[in-house]
Design a protein around this ligand. Structure first.
Ligand SMILES: [Fe+2]
Ligand SMILES: [Fe+2]
Length: 224
């Protein structure tokens, strides 16, 4: 689980009313300040689908950690990761599970979430007078964050890695295990097998190995 000062403030609505223990809910909260908090708030209406609020919070925490390890432009990477999945709101919920994951049959909807996400991000950032040149770079990252496998810039690489690192979190192992009908052993094995395919930077691979070890420990202790 990611552990550093950014993560303890904004509860994710996916967790409210759930059976997850109170102390575990704390692990899935994200603390943001200033302009990033404002962007998070404006993104919320678009993140109440596909558990994208919890996914975004955890990926944003990973993005801060990658920025510390790899360097990069925080004012590009953090807005991009906060807004990267807002486009899912434009994909009908009955199509979402067909659009991504190991059993995807309707991948064209995956492109829709990227393209619509870029547009919505542009509108949100314009509403807070975010610098236009930075907004254009953020939109370019969002429009290819999933379908484009190679990174076009260092900032793009960090957003791609932060997005994929979420899969290694404790929350994602539970959520994706249910979605894709995987046992816990199968989930952890899949994370290990895909690591070099999914992740680009050495820092992201290092974090993923640490997360896998934590999942293995939780599995051994019966806590996963
Ligand atoms: Fe996405
Ligand atoms: Fe994502």
């Amino acid at each position: 689980m990611v552990k550093f000062p950014y993560i303890w403030e904004i509860p994710c609505s996916s967790l409210q009313g759930s059976s997850i223990a109170e102390e575990d809910k704390l692990k899935h909260t994200l603390k943001l300040n200033g302009i990033y908090k404002r962007i998070w708030e404006l993104a919320q209406p678009f993140l109440h689908t596909r558990k994208n609020d919890i996914h975004t919070a955890i990926s944003t925490a990973f993005a801060f950690r990658l920025l510390e390890m790899e360097g990069g432009d925080e004012d590009i990477v953090i807005p991009a990761i906060l807004l990267h999945d807002v486009g899912w709101k434009k994909v009908p919920e009955n199509m979402q599970l067909k659009a991504f994951g190991p059993h995807a049959t309707e991948p064209k909807w995956n492109r829709v979430h990227e393209v619509e996400g870029g547009k919505i991000a542009g509108e949100i950032l314009a509403s807070i007078d975010y610098p236009k040149d930075k907004t254009l770079e953020i939109q370019e990252i969002i429009e290819g964050h999933d379908s484009r496998k190679e990174a076009v810039s260092h900032n793009d690489m960090l957003v791609k890695d932060a997005d994929k690192l979420w899969r290694y979190s404790q929350a994602a192992v539970g959520i994706n295990g249910n979605r894709f009908d995987l046992t816990l052993d199968q989930s952890v094995e899949r994370l290990r097998r895909k690591l070099d395919l999914w992740l680009l930077s050495e820092s992201a691979k290092k974090i993923a190995h640490q997360e896998i070890q934590e999942r293995m420990n939780e599995l051994a202790e019966g806590n996963l």
